[in-house]
Write a protein that binds this ligand. Sequence first.
Ligand SMILES: *Cc1c(COP(=O)(O)O)cnc(C)c1O
Length: 482
Amino acid sequence: MKTVLPHNALSLEKSRPGRRGVRFEPVQKHAPAYLPEAYLRKTAPKLPELSEFETVRHFTRLSELNYCLDGEFYPLGSCTMKYNPKAYDVLSALPGFSNVHPLAPESSVQGTLEMLYNFQELLKKVTGLAAFTLQPAAGAHGELTGILTARAYHDARKDFNRTEVIVPDTAHGTNPATAHMAGYTVVNIKSAPDGRVDKEALRQALSAKTAVVMLTVPNTVGLFETDIREIADMVHKAGALFYLDGANFNALAGLVKPADMGADLMHLNVHKSFAAPHGGGGPGAGPVGAAAHVAPFLPKPMVELKNGKYTLSGKMPKSLGKMKAFFGNAAVCLRGYCYLRQFDGSTFRQIAENAILNANYVRAALKGKFNAFFDCVCMHECVLSVNPAETNGVHTSDIAKRLLDYGFYAPTIYFPLIVPEAMMVEPTETESKQMMDAFVEAMEQIYAEIQTEPQTVKDAPHSQCVCRIDEVSAAREPNLRW
Ligand SMILES: *Cc1c(COP(=O)(O)O)cnc(C)c1O
């Protein structure tokens, strides 16, 4: 073994026999008291033997390999990777919140219940909807909750023949997946050439079989439905419910209320729109709001205020039941609550305005090089694309990989599906002009490379610890062993 190891050596390579951190008494001495003899191992596992310092350095180095929002810009479209105030993390870690036991008597968790109640009220205020459930653990879980709520609504009216859910092709992928999981037939409708709902196609798809029409607002090409009231009226005339996917509500916050758009049901993503950290599969929250006629069917319990006490014991006889144990992800809701309290009033509107401004800044700055697929003002994200026939054979995936060399995480690519070679850039409301200028500059340099040295782009990345895999060999001669 070499004495000088590369800094990225594996912990097993760094291992030296007998090297230790703090020494505890051998476990074998105590284990037989707790474990049957048959389950005790005879030989020690092959673990690396490192000093405490080496161990700390090893894991610190690994943590630094992770590209994260606290380190860099993250233009991932449809995901809203934005600044999450660290102060909210501190508040949600206060022992009064973090030590609450889900089975504690209500009288001893009044503070948490009050916070959840106030959060419900704030969500009602910003959306104009009549009631909110905080149970769903994420956006997709919110959609399932919404669709099951819609079914409970139709069932209560003995309207059992509604078996279809209409989903435009500009919906988030979770929409058709949710409708399918809930047992509905998904009816897909194509968009009009302007990237918005084709009203004629919708008219033809609507029938007495339609249970729900699910619309992503703004849709996945970053556009707002200009005729949303008319669409809502068409849906309601057919006796169906109008579901809005509001995961990207940060583009609408303070500008328009979903209730005014005719929404019967809607979910919000606290972990996108209201500043709770996400990514890496961490906890989220996807509260679902409902208009008054659908509200009684939402999951129970809800936090209610009765005689000055907050309680979960309210009666909701028409409710579809529970969607999640206890309070939902209360610590995520707490961060959303802090956010709404902090940005209440006029600043709330600024969130949407900045999100829209930033996306349009990037779109306009790159115009003529990477054009927006729909050449119009967008909402919180812009969808750029390339035509490989005009870019020396360079594809979107090549550009995404080259961006890594410039120190940027790649935007969402090849989504939405209706845009060929899509690059979906969402700068979010919290990035500065300087950051967007840096991103635009990197994209411009890549554009120049596409003209002069396209192979550099096609072979990217050049600076990462993992380079591009040989996709042909990987498919033809897969080596599935380490
Ligand atoms: C992110 C997103 C979802 C899914 O939310 P999750 O919390 O990831 O389940 C649904 N719809 C839209 C429009 C989204 O952007």
